[in-house]
Design a protein around this ligand. Structure first.
Ligand code: ADP
Ligand code: MG
Length: 859
């Protein structure tokens, strides 16, 4: 580039851009952020704004586009979404005082994990920045939310567990050491995440030391990988968003093993926060979340993703929910108070990082003023958790009063025009303002006096930015202008003048304006710092409010949906009476939902095989049990008449190919990989849900695998509690040889050739699949239905006679019948010789392989 021909400002631009080549540079010019060159070309397209050109010297043009600085955040949001980072370059000296080009510096780099702007963030969920480090066999993982200051870390053994935990956290961005080998795997598993390498991990440790965050108690023994990851986060923030380091709280160590383990697939299949289609409506959270504050919503979501394993901790939450449920009036009062509470957690973040505006302080005030009404109804609560939360809200800090005195009730959004400090708060400010107010009167008086003195009735005293105060006289009156007027500007139809008296006054007014704005800003800054110094207390209040809100929401939901308190114990038995699916019930209505019981017990009923036609309710039944367990262990009441839950530490689900084809990735391979993951991972406290395993392959393959899997789970020393839904009736024979396997089926009625689903679970095996009836319900043409029935009769007849080659029903379609023909083969003979009860899963696979090969030869 021919630097010599550039203007000094463009040279400055290029110097800065050189250091932020991987980001889109927002270059502050007056009231705009401008982008140049390739940045401009890219951004204009993404942001859908005009690309213009700026003359940089006489013969070349530079592509350019810009956005107003005060409305930049939606544009920044869009660029982040498109996968870019945005570097914000500000003027760091007063343009009026600058010699030459105004000094500019990049003050922060915005990445998906470091967004602090309210507009582009979902208030009901956290926006997490994660860091992953690797050492030896283990991984360190740290997570921070720069808007709330939440900061925690953990150590994780293998890649699989790391991926599971990351799936649960759903970070927006992952920081890692440059060149780390695990990153390519992460990229494949989490393609939507933004990856940010940092160069020097040794520097990271120093950054953590510098921040003082690791000085907190309780970190002594835990200086492992997890803390290294925490250090990486601090180092990354130091570079990109220095203000955020102050917002972070001391990092908390945690173990993923403290919570129910939910792998990615299970979380998705159970539709905890989103449906398989990605909607919030229809998810469990959609039913549960009746919180009234953003902190509460985030807390509840966290509870749902991290169900507890500790009986006592669960019971404490249940006690709280129970008392809030029983005490209707108090709950309504509490919730009325919570409605006035704002996002204190994120407000605190902005106060500490210095980005809070006057409206933020008013929000803090309103929240603190709501504490008394929130606390009042809780005074005599017995539940330990509620009592201690209420106590934390006692004696609210004086901050509210201070803000009340200092800031007007409805301040402007931006500080640049002033007017947010309340009059009467500061004497000097009041004086300066009086001067400004008086100016208007003074001008009016001057105008009247001058009109009288000169006899010019149309004479005006006015103000504009370029000339300041002036006197304007129209053309016909120019001859009346007195000698002491100094001409300043000639207009088409008049002249503008000034007088020494006017200039003198102007100087006084203008300085008073500047002074008063400066004073307002410094008073505001003082107040902000005062609040920042009370941060620990404000955070404590915000945490207490979040928890109260979450508990009250669960009580409210329990009330609305007739949930009951589950009994939690350390046994291995799961017993629910008249259980319902919380979401399906909410959609269908309470009266249309048919409740069912469930009893799982590793001693007697370890595995339930569920058969019944399509649409009978098998999948719904299995999911409802898992949801009830998770709800119970997060501290919620559950949709049942009675529930007693022997703690579950892992929930596994395998949902058959046909059920999740919508996701477009359900190949048989994926299904088997998930199956392998389950069989390797079961624990004595696991709950395993297998829905239509083996559907993605041929019938014989499918049955064999399903059979072998069921046996494996039965014989496993862990004896995981298992629900196994299948349309292979053959599997019901398992109960003959395996004592802890029980058969259940959904009863259906046949009426005039139609099938009616009763949705009631009864012990026993389904004898038919009613596939044709379901096909009729679905609207297949009558001719096809009739033909299918005829074929089915033949096939069933043939099976009874055990002929090797059933003669299919003769008819017009007989030309295609070859498709249905069961080949006369040695395979069947061979199959009959296999005793599935005696083969190991490995053998099953081998046999299967051999059979498949043979079958191929026979074609
Ligand atoms: P399956 O897995 O046996 O094919 P599903 O569990 O998918 O059947 O259920 C099919 C539909 O039946 C569900 O979408 C739901 O609307 C309804 N359903 C399931 N269980 C019940 C129930 N207990 N009461 C009322 N409707 C139910
Ligand atoms: Mg199903």
């Amino acid at each position: 580039m021919e630097q010599t021909r550039l203007t000094p400002m463009m040279r400055q631009y290029l110097e800065i851009k050189e250091r932020y080549r991987d980001a889109i540079l927002f270059f502050r010019l007056g009231d705009f952020y401008e982008m140049f060159f390739e940045d401009a070309e890219r951004a204009a397209k993404i942001l859908d704004i005009a690309l213009t050109a700026r003359s940089r010297s006489s013969d070349t043009e530079v592509p350019l586009c810009g956005v107003p600085y005060h409305a930049a955040s939606p544009y920044i949001g869009k660029l982040l979404e498109a996968g870019y980072k945005v570097a914000i370059c500000e003027q760091v000296e007063d343009p009026k005082l600058a010699k030459g080009v105004v000094r500019r510096e990049v003050v922060r780099v915005i990445t998906p994990g470091t967004v602090t702007d309210g507009e582009s963030l979902d208030p009901t969920s956290n926006n997490f920045l994660a860091a992953v480090t690797k050492g030896g066999a283990g991984y360190g993982l740290a997570v921070a939310d720069v808007t709330t200051g939440e900061f925690r870390f953990t150590e994780i053994d293998g890649y699989e567990a790391l991926a599971e935990e990351l799936g649960r956290i759903q970070p927006a961005e992952i920081v890692h050491a440059a060149g780390a080998t695990f990153v390519s795997k992460l990229r494949a598993d989490f393609p939507a995440v933004h990856y940010s390498p940092i160069d020097d991990t040794a520097m990271a440790q120093q950054a953590l030391e510098r921040s003082g965050l690791a000085d907190g108690a309780g970190l002594g023994a835990e200086r492992g990988q997890g803390l290294e990851a925490a250090a990486a986060i601090v180092a990354y923030l130091e570079d990109n968003l220095p203000g955020a380091v102050k917002v972070l709280r001391a990092p908390q160590g945690y173990r993923a093993a403290q919570y129910v383990m939910l792998d990615e697939t299970t979380r998705r299949n159970l539709e905890l926060e989103r449906t398989l289609q990605g909607e919030r409506k229809g998810s469990l959270l959609w039913v549960l979340d009746r919180t009234l504050t953003p902190m509460g919503a985030r807390r509840l979501r966290q509870w749902l993703l991290y169900p507890l394993l500790d009986e006592r901790a669960i019971r404490l939450r249940l006690d709280g929910v129970e008392e809030l449920l029983e005490r209707y009036r108090e709950r309504q009062e509490l919730r009325a108070g919570l409605k006035r509470v704002q996002d204190l957690e994120r407000l605190c973040g902005r106060i500490v990082s210095g980005t809070a505006g006057p409206r933020d302080l008013v929000a803090v005030k309103e929240t603190l003023q709501a504490l008394a009404p929130v606390r009042a109804p809780l005074e005599d609560f017995r539940a330990e958790m509620i009592a201690s939360l209420a106590a934390e809200l006692a004696a609210p800090p004086e901050a509210a009063e201070l803000i009340e005195r200092a800031i007007v009730d409805e301040p402007p959004a931006a500080t640049r025009a002033g007017g947010f400090i309340r009059s009467g708060f500061h004497a000097e400010l009041d004086e300066l303002r009086a001067l400004r107010r008086d100016a208007r009167e003074w001008i009016a008086r001057l105008e009247a006096e001058e009109r009288k003195r000169t006899g010019i009735h149309s004479l005006k005293v006015r103000y504009n930015k370029v000339f300041g105060y002036y006197i304007e006289v129209s053309k016909p009156n120019l001859r009346l202008v007195p000698a002491d007027y100094l001409r300043k500007q000639t207009l088409a139809n008049g002249e503008r003048y000034i007088t020494p008296q006017l200039k003198e006054y102007e100087a006084k007014v203008l300085t008073s304006e500047e002074e008063s704005l400066r004073l307002e800003l410094s008073l505001f800054e003082e107040l902000r710092q005062e609040l920042a110094s009370q941060r620990a207390r404000l955070m404590q209040i915000s945490q207490a409010l979040a928890t109260l809100d979450a508990l009250a929401a669960l009580a409210e939901t329990a009330h609305a949906h007739h949930f009951v308190r589950p009994k939690i114990d350390s046994s291995y038995v799961l017993r629910v009476r008249e259980a319902r699916h919380p979401v399906v019930e909410a959609v269908l209505g309470r009266t249309s939902y048919v409740p069912n019981d469930c009893h799982l017990d590793p001693e007697s009923a370890q595995i339930l095989i569920l058969t019944g036609p399509n649409m009978a309710g098998k999948s719904t039944y299995m999911r409802q049990l898992a949801l009830i367990v998770l709800m119970a262990q997060m501290g919620s009441f559950v949709p049942a008449a009675e529930a007693s839950i022997g703690l579950v530490d892992r929930v596994f689900t395998r949902i058959g190919a046909a059920d999740s084809l919508a996701r477009g990735e359900s190949t048989f391979m994926v299904e088997m990989r998930e199956m392998a993951h389950i069989l390797r991972g079961v624990t004595p406290r696991s709950l395993v849900l297998l829905d239509e395993v083996g559907r993605g392959t041929s019938t014989f393959d499918g049955i064999s695998i399903a059979w072998a899997v069921a046996e494996f789970l039965h014989d496993a020393p862990e004896r995981p509690r298992t629900l196994f839904a299948t349309h292979y009736h053959e599997l019901t024979d398992l109960a003959l040889s395996k004592e802890r396997i029980k058969n259940f089926t959904f009863s259906v009625k046949e009426w005039k050739g139609e099938v009616i689903f009763l949705r009631t679970l009864v012990e026993g095996a389904a004898n038919r699949s009613y596939g044709i009836q379901v096909a009729r319900l679905a609207g297949l043409p009558a001719a096809v239905i009739e033909r299918a029935k005829a074929i089915l009769r033949t096939l069933e007849g043939a099976q009874r006679e055990r002929t090797e080659s059933p003669g299919l029903a003769p008819g017009p379609a007989s030309a295609q019948m070859a498709l249905f023909q069961v080949p006369r083969d040695s395979l069947r003979a061979e199959l009959r010789q296999i005793d599935p009860a005696r083969v190991t899963p490995l053998e099953a696979i081998q046999i299967l392989h051999a059979l498949v090969e043979k079958a191929k030869e026979e074609v």
